[in-house]
Design a protein around this ligand. Structure first.
Ligand code: DX5
Ligand code: ZN
Length: 217
């Protein structure tokens, strides 16, 4: 499958976001991963739709908005208007309404993604996989950049890729987020993921272009 690299701007210089996203595009990124945190679903507060709208004119890359918020359905309209291309919502926040929330996102012409935290079983994504444009497996506890990759995520990715094949969604995008480095990305891809989020690995690199290219494998 085509491997896509999604740098997380959580590790960017927030005073220079327009320059940061433009630079990531020049360095070969495929998506811009925007970590939205509300201070409730996760302890930190980062930014919301206003910031996504502010960076929108500075890159042609799709904006991949990962909503780590309670009641994510209440923010869909704001992110659509801000120019989001993908909106990801957590199963832990939407519960059994997850498929309905994904449909609402898709009805606004935006790709819809369902996410699970490390403590949630892979099977919790099965209902969403019938309709989602992408699914996302957290490989760290959401909230902070720079954490260590949780190895259990690999088994979940294998389970989810096998289920995607079983239900005829062979090309379903499976994104993985947290603790991915040049050292473990091969395992993540071999397990069946094809969209790789990386924050610290890219922003701590003296040569972002080379790092993005090496992460792609
Ligand atoms: C964690 C965020 C991630 C994180 C990734 O809550 O969802 O996107 O910023 O950062 P690294 O790659 O540093 O783990
Ligand atoms: Zn994220």
């Amino acid at each position: 499958m085509n491997i896509k690299i999604a740098p997380s701007i959580l590790s960017a210089d927030f005073a220079k976001l327009s320059e940061e996203v433009a630079l990531l595009e020049r360095c070969g990124a495929d998506l811009i991963h925007c970590d939205v945190m509300d201070g409730n679903f996760v302890p930190p507060i980062t930014f919301g739709a206003q910031t996504v709208g502010a960076i929108r004119p500075h890159t042609r890359l799709p904006l991949d908005c990962h909503l780590m918020t309670l009641h994510p359905e209440t923010y869909i309209e704001d992110f659509v208007k801000a120019g989001a291309d993908i909106i990801s919502v957590h199963v832990e926040a939407c519960g059994e309404k997850t498929p309905a929330v994904l449909r609402t996102i898709q009805s606004r012409g935006v790709k819809a993604c369902a996410v699970i935290n490390p403590e949630t079983r892979a099977e919790a994504l099965f209902p969403a996989m019938e309709i989602a444009d992408m699914i996302l497996v957290m490989s760290v506890h959401p909230g902070y950049a720079g954490q260590k990759f949780i190895v259990d995520a690999l088994d979940k990715i294998r389970t989810l890729r096998a289920h995607a094949v079983k239900i005829g969604r062979i090309a379903l995008d499976i994104e993985v987020d947290g603790g991915i480095t040049e050292g473990n990305v091969k395992e993540v891809i071999s397990a069946g993921a094809n969209v790789i989020v990386a924050g610290s690995a890219i922003f701590s690199s003296p040569d972002r272009e080379a790092t993005i290219s090496r992460l792609r494998g």
